[in-house]
Design a protein around this ligand. Sequence first.
Ligand SMILES: Cc1ncc(COP(=O)(O)O)c(C=O)c1O
Length: 462
Amino acid sequence: MSDDVRALLRRTAELAADFLESLDDRPVFPRASAEELREALGGPLPDEPTAPEEVVEGLVAAADQGIVAMPSGRYFGFVIGGSLPAALAADWLTSAWDQNAGLYVGGPSASVVEEVAREWVCDLLGLPGDASLGLVTGSQMGSVTALAAARFRVLERAGWDVGRDGLSGAPRVRVLVGAQRHVTIDRALRLLGLGAPAVVHADEQGRLDAEALQKALTEGDGPTIVCAQAGEVNTGAFDPFDEIADAVADHGAWLHVDGAFGLWAAASPSLRHLVRGAGRADSWITDTHKWLNVPYDSALVLCADPEAHRAAMTISASYLIQDDTVRDQVDWVPEFSRRARGFAVYAALRSLGRSGLAELVERTCACARRFADGIVELDGVELVNEVVLNQVLFRFENDARTDEVLRAVQEAGDVWMSGTTWNGRRAIRVSVSNWQTNDDEIDLALESFRTASQSPAHAPAR
Ligand SMILES: Cc1ncc(COP(=O)(O)O)c(C=O)c1O
């Protein structure tokens, strides 16, 4: 390697560290407009090459104004998480190593870390020890993968080979979902040619109603898939998995669990009860780029039916070198060439250990409760959800004031969270999923809401 490359990587590490240090102070949401960013980053494609240092320095200078402080402990938007130091460092190495982690032969260590991560994750999440694992880009592709396995198996039981004969002329596959399933389930079904699902009633917290599911299952027949959820994206609510698993078993259906963030409750002895029965499902997805605090993009899909999982995904060609005695990742994911995502997941799990992961999950949930306890002290605030996990949902007296106070908090720049509509009314959602969030960040968020809600511009009309 030339001295120039070493100097470039050193300088880049400095710039990255400068950014991480700036997280303590910088406004969480950038103020540059899209036009300003186009101006800073755009211009005609240069005819001549540019020196790498100049490219990197220029990129940092121009992009900085549009970088959201998502890895900060003051970011409470969506369900994001940050990057644990070990996971971030392993992710850098992943780029430097540049393995093509589609086949074992494309990077043996990349394949073996996935095997190790599979064992650790099954153990931590209370899933069957022989469940198969794929490391995908996000829960979206996790559900595509799991539901492809489900489609294969339920049609195979109905005497139909979907891999060979496709869906034309196949028995119709019924898919039942709760009213508050995540939108990525609908897109997964659409991509798989399964169409729109039948929607089953969910309660005011977003929990699928197991009795309504039982009734819906009885009213139809044929190949059936049920999608349940661990952690509703607004409320954090969990479906009643044991009752759902009983109903599904009575009907020979496939049960898929979307646990994009909620499945990690299983890693905490005090929160594990929330996912009771989830281990009885046929497939699960969960993100590592959310609560496990691995850099984007990274998620897990697990399947209790490895044969169906593999049948839905596997691929072979004469020029590939495949070997049944080792893990070829193409057997478990929809990608062919792919990034060696396992290194960062492995590093995150190894650096936290069992106790560190439990502490991370429990601390962030305790932070969510602290926020909920504090926010209801403000005039006009109504807590909308039961704070069972790391999500808090609340609103002010009316939609206009909810949106106004939220906008004022966002503009103040100390913390950032987003709005939503829940049961027909505007609400503010707070997600605590960053490894750096502690009581100080929660108190700062509460102070920001106190200031915004009491300022004359946003005070309630008397
Ligand atoms: C419950 C749930 N499912 C699925 C997803 C989609 O995850 P991803 O963005 O990783 O595809 C999310 C994202 O917030 C989620 O909360």
